[in-house]
Design a protein around this ligand. Structure first.
Ligand code: GLC
Length: 691
């Protein structure tokens, strides 16, 4: 009996999400009664953070003991709890490379549990801004260049975390650059906004019931997101039915008093500057704003406190933080995230008997990602050197620092070069801290102008490859161009920022203890001109329908490595594509077989292409994916459920998503450029028919 694998098991993924079980009618009544009884001063207190700096890592907001209103205790972030020591998980971009939504749910569950154990009740995550260009400093912090992929991973994370705490997908919306984020305007048409940049936010709000949303620093079409009526009210609440609260991004996320509150911003963070008593009273007395707007914002802030029974949330014991179970999840995520990009002569996996050289300062550096708001401090970080020594034995691994003499590398069977990026080349850009830290070790990167490795890293690879026998490059960081050195090495493994268990995961992949199964969530170009134009100083950035693989496919470029690409130590075969029509969607199934000699996992990807469309549409778009783990010779049937809504485009005249009469091509395979099976269906006034 062939086992069946369901690509996205809604029941499993959303189990325990407290945001999905709320009796909204009863909560609304309680909130109305409470708000009606509150003084203006009490209402003021609910719509702002209480202090500029966190208390034991937690940002407090609102709360009134005499009224029985709990305090929000907010904490970052997307890769772990940023309060004291905590499990540092691989960055979200790495976890996206697993294409494993069940695992991402468990990561969310673990982070939510650690936040709750630390006394927090709002997790300021996930970051789900689209990875529009890999040069974005916080590309590491989000999931993917694709909106469907981002929505699936973000919804899974939220449902996991919301077993314990509220979440706050961010930054709403179109925060896709770092250096200019406080001032720039991201500009786009309504179609591009809804179809490409908001679709994953909608999924996180509607399907995963995100408890809050953080508005972005930047402008959208010339209006700051923190005071954008269309974004915060028309779309978020009226179209999507959002019942939570909107908190600003910190400090410059709130740009005004009356315009922000009237637009739908509910809580100013980290403290009340624009929402100070003085400014609120001034706005009311001047007639710029009614007291009703204050009551509305306070009601929204209080709503989730009552809906979630905040004071009754479980506070797990402290020992859950960095527990063996959570470290195991971090290791599993790191192992499944690593993407094998090159493996000439099947050099990998390495036999146990090998004596290894490991080269580069990064081999024994703590390189968990940037030093911005998503930074996490772990008690123990397993570096690549530590991981390889633990696996091969101390005496079988020799470390050569970046400036050492490499002439002895010829005496080793294989040399592993650890090269890549650090928080100095990319990451959140916090000007105040940047200026203080200029030149010091705290300097941080912001956006990258070039996607090439830094010169000193390319020189390291050149020198080591020239001296060594067989060479594996273990890349750290985010997407980098490899064209000028790929031919000089035998294998390349993208390890991203792999979290506190990354060294063990690296050793497991290099030795075949774990079979590489990661797939690229971002296109790696041969050159910058294969991607959308990128200007890190621009204050006006036009966004259109095409970026990432959508852009590469439309322009007919051949990237270095396409979206969804990754190698394995075994082989897989696809057959028996079957597309079945249901009332408002399709069920796409395909048989996957491991035709190789070792156990492994593959990520089967479903893309939909279009013909006879009435509008410009991308060549193809990811609309489903599933991870299938198989022993040698084993077969499974992967089932991907597709809703008609997934096939729609945003029609500006209708101001809504529309399913158009056209031909739809269901292409299935192992990457956006490796689609071996296809079936087409035509939608006419008589309905869908196979063609
Ligand atoms: C920031 C970040 C945001 C973070 C907040 C609080 O500036 O943009 O992601 O949650 O500060 O640390």
């Amino acid at each position: 009996m062939t086992k069946k694998v369901l690509a996205f098991d809604h029941h499993q993924i959303h189990a325990g999400n407290k945001g999905l079980g709320i009796d909204h009618e009863s909560v609304a009544r309680k909130v109305e009664q409470l708000v009606d009884s509150m003084t203006l001063a009490q209402l003021f207190n609910e719509i702002r953070g209480l202090q500029q700096a966190p208390i034991e890592g937690l940002y407090h907001a609102g709360g009134n003991e005499s009224l029985g209103i709990p305090v929000y205790k907010m904490v970052d972030g997307p890769r772990g709890a940023r309060a004291g020591n905590a499990t540092a998980f691989p960055v979200a971009l790495a976890r996206a490379a697993t294409f494993d939504v069940e695992l991402e749910r468990r990561v969310g569950l673990a982070i939510g549990k650690e936040v709750a154990a630390k006394g927090g009740n709002v997790l300021l995550a996930p970051t789900i801004n689209l990875l529009r260009h890999p040069g974005w400093g916080r590309a590491q912090e989000t999931y993917s260049e694709d909106t469907f992929h981002t929505g699936a991973m973000g919804a899974a994370f939220i449902s996991g975390a919301q077993n314990y705490v509220l979440t706050s997908p961010k930054h709403f919306a179109m925060n896709n650059v770092e250096f200019t984020r406080f001032d720039m305007s991201a500009n786009c048409s309504p179609r591009v906004l809804h179809e490409i940049y908001l679709r994953h936010f909608r999924r996180c709000v509607v399907e995963a019931a995100a408890a809050s949303v953080m508005s972005a620093y930047n402008k959208l079409n010339g209006i700051y997101c923190g005071e954008h009526p269309e974004l915060l009210t028309t779309i978020l609440r009226e179209k999507w039915g959002f019942t939570g609260f909107v908190e600003s991004d910190w400090f410059l996320g709130t740009r005004s008093t009356a315009p922000a509150l009237s637009a739908g911003l509910d809580i100013e963070t980290p403290a009340g500057y624009r929402f100070s008593d003085e400014k609120l009273i001034e706005a009311i007395q001047s007639g710029e704003m009614s007291e009703g707007v204050i009551a509305r914002a306070a009601g929204r802030a209080i709503y989730q406190k009552l809906a979630w029974k905040l004071d009754e949330l479980e506070k797990p014991p402290a020992f859950v933080v960095e527990s063996p179970e959570h470290l195991a999840v971090a290791r599993e995520a790191a192992e499944k995230s690593m993407v094998l990009l090159k493996n000439a002569g099947a050099l990998l996996p390495l036999p146990d008997s090998h004596r290894l050289a490991i080269v580069g300062d990064l081999a024994d550096a703590i390189n968990l990602g940037d030093r911005g708001s998503s930074f996490v401090t772990s008690t123990e970080v397993v570096t690549p050197l530590a991981g390889l020594k633990a696996r091969f034995g101390d005496d079988n691994v020799a470390w050569f620092r970046s400036d050492d003499d490499f002439s002895a590398l010829k005496d080793f069977d294989v040399t592993v070069i650890v090269a890549g990026l650090t928080y100095k080349e990319e990451g959140e850009y916090i000007p105040t801290m940047q200026q203080e830290a200029e030149g010091s070790d705290l300097a941080r990167g912001g956006d990258r102008v070039s996607l090439a490795l830094p010169d000193h890293q390319r020189e390291l690879i050149r020198r080591a490859a020239a001296a060594a026998n067989k060479v594996v490059v273990a890349l750290q960081g985010t997407a980098v161009q490899v064209g000028d050195w790929i031919e000089s090495v035998d294998a390349i493994l993208m390890t991203w920022y792999p979290g506190c268990q990354g060294g063990h995961a690296l050793a497991a992949i290099l030795t075949g203890d774990a079979c590489p199964s990661g797939r690229l969530p971002v296109t790696i170009p041969k050159s910058a001109d294969q991607l959308v134009p990128w200007d890190v100083e621009a204050l006006e950035v036009e966004h259109d329908l095409l970026q990432g693989y959508r852009y590469v496919d439309y322009h007919g470029h051949e990237p270095e490595f396409p979206f969804g690409f990754g190698l394995s130590y075994t082989e897989f075969d696809l057959e028996g594509l079957y597309v079945q029509r249901f009332d408002n969607g399709f069920e796409v199934s395909v048989d996957v077989t491991n035709t190789g000699k070792v156990a492994g996992a593959t990520i089967v990807q479903l893309y939909v292409g279009y013909s006879n469309s009435s509008v410009l549409r991308p060549v193809r778009e990811l609309k489903g994916f599933g991870r299938v783990e198989l022993s040698p010779g084993e077969q499974a049937t992967l089932v991907i459920e597709l809703e008609d809504d997934d096939l729609t485009y945003f029609d500006e005249a209708e101001d809504d998503f529309v399913l158009e009469a056209a031909d739809y091509h269901f292409d299935i395979g192992f990457s956006s450029r490796d689609l071996s099976l296809s079936q087409s269906w035509r939608l006419s006034p008589d309905g869908f028919e196979p063609i």
